[in-house]
Design a protein around this ligand. Structure first.
Ligand code: UD1
Length: 435
């Protein structure tokens, strides 16, 4: 088992370049299934989830080549593709469900194992299914597989989502582009990753209006063609670096980042006392004083992102004052607070609110990552804790942050990726041994 061993105390200073968004690229990969031929996606991060999705596409018959050194993915989709997404892959990554819409639209059938992924709440599929049903698909389930069938093809439909779900909007959009006739998705999600997906689909020949608004209108076309597409920068990774700068009293210039995708989060950092400077192709965040605690409530975009909530709890734990963090999207996202308490944070959970009292001087301890963002938030806590923090289950962090330890080291942090031996694990010793 590998862990991150973090020595607290460094001020992070320097430059980082952000790759394409995990939450976009996985859907862009799924979208290539809609058109036979070779598509190319650039700006692809070398993270575990990309490799899982690549394997999923290979099993459907696509040839996938990932040049991680230049972040370029080529996906050659055959005329005839499979329709089954196996449990061993889907259970590792909930975003596998993004192939549901493209498969039903292109093949008329999809067998997708019911997903796993981050342990951050129940994350139903009801809106995905209701929308596809409105377009003519029917669903059955069999031995843990969800089976969608539309033998006569999909037709356009008017759909109103109960909630602006990112995944449901994406699946329905990818299905509607090849459905017969007009579709309207109301109460659609407006995330930059949806706009990115929609722009790629338009470049493939789709007819879509209203991207980035709550009403997306699609006129179905009969065929799409392959494309070359650059992935939108990862706003969550960019936002994570921004919080790290504020947390450590540092100064980080974040290149290849879109500040306008992070408006509320950057405003919150300013409230916390940081200076945010917009620059060509990115922005700079620096902090020259002790941070002040800030209240945060997560909402669908353009609201404050749930994927930055744990990082802000860490910031608030060491910031001066009392704060309330409200989680409106994923009920289990506060699970990581238990781990933060081990480092000495003062956080009380009441329903979907976390009450944080700072400033607390954190002290290093062994903690466990419970999901990708929680994991990075614990590494961040380690950066400002006294002594050594050991973060385990870092495979969660690998799902979203490529080369985290190396980049942190370049910025001045003391962090190492080390392996615990079987002997240590059997002995219950979670402190790492350097190999
Ligand atoms: C995506 C992101 C995730 C981010 C989230 C919200 C990916 C791979 N993941 O997840 O990082 O935190 O958006 O910005 O892109 N829901 C239902 N029924 C449905 C669909 C969703 O009840 O049919 C619920 C979920 O349980 C959850 C909420 O809606 O409580 C939000 O889910 P959704 O917006 O769909 O998020 P994801 O696409 O899963």
């Amino acid at each position: 088992m590998e862990v991150f061993e973090v020595h607290g105390g460094a001020r992070l200073c320097g430059r980082v370049a952000v790759a394409g968004a995990k939450n976009s690229v996985l859907k862009l990969m799924a979208a290539t299934l809609l058109a036979p031929g070779e598509s190319t996606i650039t700006g692809v991060p070398d993270i575990l989830d990309v490799h899982i999705m690549a394997e999923l596409l290979r099993r459907l018959g696509a040839q996938v080549t990932f040049r991680a050194d230049i972040g370029e993915l080529t996906i050659d989709v055959p005329e005839h593709i499979g329709h089954q997404a196996d449990y061993d892959l889907v259970r590792q990554m909930r975003a596998s469900i993004a192939i549901l819409g493209p498969l039903v639209a292109r093949v008329g059938v999809a067998d997708v194992a019911l997903p796993g992924g981050d342990a951050i709440g129940s994350r139903g599929l009801d809106m995905h299914m209701a929308g596809l049903e409105a377009m003519g698909a029917s669903f059955t389930s069999d031995h843990g597989y969800l089976i969608a069938a539309a033998p006569k093809g999909l037709h356009g439909a008017a759909m109103v989502l109960d909630f602006p779900s990112v995944g449901a909007t994406e699946n329905l959009l990818m299905a509607a582009v090849l459905a017969h006739g007009q579709s309207v998705i109301d109460n659609a999600a407006r995330e930059p990753e949806i706009v990115d997906l929609g722009e790629m689909l338009i470049a493939m020949g789709a007819q879509i209006e209203g991207l980035g608004t709550s009403t997306i209108a699609v006129t179905g076309v009969s065929v799409l063609h392959p494309v070359v597409h650059a992935t939108v920068p990862d706003r969550i990774v960019a936002g994570t670096w921004a919080v790290m700068a504020a947390l450590t009293g540092g100064d980080i210039t974040i290149d290849h980042a879109e500040a306008s995708h992070l408006e509320i989060a950057l405003d919150k950092l300013t409230d916390a006392g940081a200076y945010v400077e917009h620059q060509q192709g990115g922005f700079r965040v620096r902090m020259d004083r002790a941070p002040k605690a800030v209240d945060v409530a997560t909402f669908p975009y353009p609201g404050f992102p749930t994927d930055l909530q744990p990082q802000f709890i860490t910031l608030n734990a060491v910031a001066a004052g009392a704060s309330m963090v409200t989680e409106n999207l994923f009920e289990a996202r506060f699970r990581f607070v238990q781990e933060l308490l081990r480092l000495g944070a003062d956080v009380r959970i009441d329903g979907h609110h976390a009450f944080v009292q700072g400033p607390r001087r954190l002290a290093g301890a062994a903690v466990q990552a419970t999901d990708v963002r929680a994991g990075v938030a614990l590494v961040m806590a380690g950066l400002v804790a006294e002594g050594v923090t050991t973060v385990s289950d870092i495979h969660h962090i690998d799902r979203g942050y490529a080369g985290l330890a190396a980049t942190l080291t370049d910025l001045g942090a003391s962090i190492e990726r080390v392996t615990l031996t079987d002997v240590d694990l059997r002995a219950g010793n979670r402190q790492p041994v350097h190999l």
